[in-house]
Design a protein around this ligand. Structure first.
Ligand code: B4P
Length: 191
């Protein structure tokens, strides 16, 4: 069993590399962004609250996200026995601490944090391009810049948090999707 956090700024390739990891390691994938977008599509109460934050480029409040993650883990007890890819979670220190507690209750832990490192201007380019192709409302230049600002303020401290635990694997997120996946695989095969 292996639990991996895939970490990085918005547009760094988290969702993209998660797809490759699932295929290769047969892990259960939890993307909090996907779960929130599903709630928004269905117009649930959580979806309506989340939309207010996501459209502004802000993080959804920790208490809502932590409850959501606990619920997803509880609903998927059988599916998570081989391990989980946490994609886009944690995004704050309180979320990381909550994750530690939830996994400890299940007798497990975060084994590795794959940190995709990509320069800001490339992040903006990727997000704007995806916005043009998918019509995702938060994928426009102004919101992308806000999301990156929020990333530096609230999410990037997690890098040091996981480095102190010896779990952070720095990956150069520039290059082809397959080339980046090879770097990730090489690092994971050595843990
Ligand atoms: P997410 O859905 O997690 O969105 P994201 O950060 O943009 O990452 P994503 O995985 O989609 O993009 P990727 O980098 O793969 O979150 C959306 C919002 O939900 C957040 O802003 C926040 O408001 C909220 N939220 C989610 N989780 C939360 C939490 N835990 N706490 C609070 N709020 C939360 O890819 C981007 C683009 O780049 C794609 O088009 C891809 O094709 C392209 N790309 C990928 N790799 C590439 C490469 N090597 N070269 C060129 N292009 C590449």
């Amino acid at each position: 069993m292996i639990n991996i956090v895939i970490f990085g700024a918005p547009g760094s390739g988290k969702g993209t590399q998660s797809d490759k990891l699932i295929e290769h390691y047969h892990l259960f994938h939890i993307s909090t962004g996907d779960v929130l977008r599903d709630h928004m599509r269905r117009g649930t109460e959580l979806g309506m609250v989340a939309k207010e934050y996501i459209d502004q480029g802000q993080l959804v409040p920790d208490d809502l996200i932590i409850d959501l993650l606990a619920q997803v883990l509880d609903e998927n007890k059988e599916n998570t026995t081989q391990g989980v890819i946490f994609d886009g979670y944690p995004r704050t220190i309180p979320q990381a601490e909550a994750l530690e507690g939830m996994l400890a209750e299940r007798g497990t832990q975060v084994d590795a944090v794959v940190g995709l490192e990509v320069p800001d201007e490339e992040l903006i380019k990727r997000i704007v391009l995806r916005g043009e192709q998918s019509g995702r409302a938060d994928d426009n230049e102004d919101t992308a810049r806000k999301r990156i600002e929020v990333y530096y303020e609230q999410t990037s401290p997690l890098k040091a948090y996981y480095q102190e635990q010896g779990k952070y694997l720095a990956i150069n997120g520039m290059g082809t999707i397959d080339g980046i996946f090879e770097l990730i695989q090489h690092e994971l095969d050595n843990i």
